[in-house]
Design a protein around this ligand. Structure first.
Ligand code: NAD
Length: 379
């Protein structure tokens, strides 16, 4: 029997409900697909419940478990109030250097969408996770640090473009060659491994010439240098698109895009728009991965949804599909495919949680528990 230990964080709010659903569905699919494979779930503490028990929102043992097993899955976590860690998710990504935020976006037949042809959306977003304006280097308006930084810009860098120096807040946008290259390399390898036709570098380099423009330039150079054969043979096309145009094109002609590589802030906006195009954040999965060390944490992309926690109505699909990504990461594709097929069947027959079912012409609302059981019965 091949047993893989998966550390998991239940999460706060709706976290325990979506985690339980995900575990039941994954266990059922693995049991159906293989007689010799099994997941050994190892709960690790984080978030509000961990704070109550251990006095820490992210105890060291949790980070150590992710390091030891190299893989894990988490439900959504609350944002700690007052000092310490700003965001538990960002902390995990930075501590484990999970530099890719991977978001596959596809449509499931039967799910209502605000666009006419959601079936044309089939993209995989590689969002850089550790740099950009999200690095958290910023100073509040009026603070001594902001004023010092402003003086440095004016006196030492000859900057005269700060329009209102007295009241400006400042943020720094670091974008490195290494950081861009490792993200774009991972995206290109993924495209080649999964027979995807193109990688689009999405950037705002027309305005931010050295940061976003650097990302684009380094991306093309890397593609030519490391993947020249694949480009020359026509196996893969590398192209680029300015971010605002991309957001429009993704609505008008999503079929033009397959794998997308982009910086942190652009990736944040793009992921949510695309998720909305295929049915919303309730069914959008995600993962944070370091393709060099192989470490990966899979996660639901929605928050802790305190308004519906404990009511047995949360849609568990984001977490289930994150689990499916984890199965694919393990190479357990047969089990993953079974879950995709079960979701497709359930949605096409109108069986879903209320957030999706209420928009379906033939929708039949199920509670979280009923929907989970329904998926398992299909499996
Ligand atoms: P949210 O995603 O928790 O909720 C937004 C709205 O969407 C709510 O009305 C909620 O009921 C609904 N919703 C979310 N997920 C749903 C699901 N699976 N099924 C049905 N409905 C769903 O976002 P928010 O309100 O901005 O954030 C609440 C808290 O969650 C904050 O503390 C925030 O910091 C945290 N958060 C955590 C993560 C994470 O851990 N990955 C991500 C986002 C927000």
């Amino acid at each position: 029997m091949q047993t893989v230990t998966i550390p998991f964080i239940k999460g706060d709010g709706v976290g325990p409900e979506v985690t339980s659903a995900m575990q039941q569905v994954l266990d059922a699919a693995v049991a159906k697909a293989y007689s010799d494979k099994k997941i050994d779930w190892l709960e690790v503490p984080a978030g509000g419940s961990a704070f109550e028990k251990y006095g820490s929102y992210m105890p060291d043992q949790t980070v150590e478990a992710f390091k030891k097993y190299g893989i894990g899955i988490k439900g959504p976590l609350m944002t700690p109030v007052g000092g310490g860690i700003r965001s538990l998710n960002v902390y995990l990504r930075q501590t484990l250097d999970l530099f890719v935020c991977l978001r596959p976006v596809r449509w499931f037949k039967g799910v209502e969408s605000p666009v006419k042809h959601p079936e044309n959306v089939d993209m995989v977003i590689f969002r850089e996770n550790t740099e950009d304006i999200y690095a958290g280097i910023e100073w509040e308006s009026g603070s001594p640090e902001a004023q010092k930084f402003c003086r440095f810009l004016q006196d030492e860098m000859g900057v005269s473009k700060v329009r209102f120096p007295e009241t400006s807040a400042f943020g720094v946008k670091p974008v490195s060659k290494e950081g861009s290259e490792r993200l774009i390399r991972a995206a290109i390898k993924y495209a080649l491994d999964h027979n995807r036709p193109s990688v689009t570098l999405v950037h705002k380099g027309n305005i931010m010439k050295f940061t976003e423009g650097g990302f684009k330039k380094w991306g093309y150079e890397l593609a030519e240098r490391e993947f020249g054969d694949a480009l020359a043979s026509g196996r893969l096309v590398i192209k680029d698109c300015i971010c605002d145009a991309f957001l429009q094109n993704a609505l008008l002609k999503p079929e033009d895009y397959s794998v997308v590589a982009t910086l942190n802030l652009n990736g944040d906006y793009i992921s949510d728009q695309l998720a909305a195009q295929v049915g919303g954040i309730g069914i959008a999965p995600g993962a944070n991965i370091n393709y060099a060390t192989g470490r990966a944490i899979f996660e639901a992309t929605h928050g802790i949804a305190p308004d519906i926690a404990g009511k047995d109505i949360v849609n568990p699909c984001s977490n289930i599909l994150s689990g499916v990504m984890m199965l694919e990461h393990l190479g357990w594709n047969e089990a993953a495919d079974l879950i995709y097929a079960a979701l497709e069947k359930s949605f096409s027959e109108g069986f879903a949680t209320a957030d999706l079912a209420r928009f379906m012409p033939n929708g039949k609302s199920l509670s979280t528990t009923e929907f989970t059981k329904h998926l398992i019965s299909i499996l």
